[in-house]
Design a protein around this ligand. Sequence first.
Ligand code: NAP
Ligand code: F7E
Length: 338
Amino acid sequence: MPKKIALITGISGQDGAYLAKFLLKKNYIVIGTDRRSARSNNWRLIELKIDEKVITVDLDVTEINNLIRIFQKYQIDEVYNLAAQSFVKSSFENPIQTSIVNAITPLSFLEIIRCQKRKIKFYQASTSEMFGKHMVKKQNENTNFYPQSPYATSKTFAHYSIRNYREAYKIFAVSGILFNHESPLRGEEFITRKITIGLAKIMLGKQNKIKLGNIYAKRDWGFAGDYVEAMWKMLQTKKPKDYVIATGQNHSVKEFINEATKILKLKTIWVGKGLNEKLINTDNKKIIIEIDKKYFRPTEVDSLKGDYSKAKKELNWKPKTKFKNLVRMMVEADLERN
Ligand code: NAP
Ligand code: F7E
């Protein structure tokens, strides 16, 4: 049997790196798109020791001609479209660029795949952010979308495009509606990593404090390494369908901080309210965390909690990593790195 060929867009990102490692283990040839110009090296692929095992193609995914050329050059079996402007806060400042990458690029892929003779399977990275201001305790595949940011609206456009092309042209295209997933490879701008890297640096005397926004937001946080397996499973089914991938538990940002300080054995106390709320180190009376208006969003998603029962039943997938282990993994990795 010839090896299957997978194309991963956004291979330099958190999920791209874990998915590449997973697919290499499954004996795939892995091709990844990477716009090298933005960075000096591919630190995540290096950290996972797979930088020399994947083929990288240097391109911006918004250049449709470059995408067409990849399909001319390689006999691709599966596309995992992970490239995105993925930071919700930035999407308020750059809504148009966010939409070009997150909404138009998936549509370009669908158009290219529609014109290929070869059957190509397509995975789209949808997101729990599409549920936004929902009205239910747990969100599943049937929950209405109510996006709260340009990031979420762009992803919702892509999500509906996938469904439309699946129904109109019988393309094997699926959307994984993934809830927040984190890891030691998470970008430093996201809250979990901002906390773990910040606390590690404070412990080592390299940073004074961390400034945060809404610490009462709740998220369903899983481990990225578990979630990439679900992406692959979605492309191995008989019928293309969309799936929610989550842990079914959620925690506030404040709870994440409390768990991280516990692991670090930092003695702390919360004082004050609202913008004056602070976390104090009770040993040296120094402020570890304070609130800064700058990190609040024009519209917030207050709480997300996913119901992954369809994935459990049909994909035989469930999360393996518990919240406490996830926080520990991230804290320990950041202590070691710094
Ligand atoms: P990430 O770490 O931010 O990675 C995003 C990737 O997209 C990076 O490799 C980035 O390249 C690339 N990219 C952005 N714009 C590009 C462009 N114009 N051309 C080429 N590449 C471009 O995100 P992630 O956490 O791995 O998430 C992967 C996907 O899942 C994203 O689509 C995200 O929206 C979605 N998602 C993530 C989560 C989560 O909790 N992590 C949950 C649901 C859905 P650079 O390194 O050059 O910037
Ligand atoms: O924020 C609050 C913030 O930026 C989580 C992306 O992967 O998951 C991610 O989107 C929460 C929000 O992730 C700060 O307001 C408070 O309520 O880590 P985040 P996100 O916005 O949930 C979804 C599923 C995706 O699809 C996205 O691509 O934390 N928060 N203070 C803060 N967040 C940040 N980043 N920084 C703060 O200082």
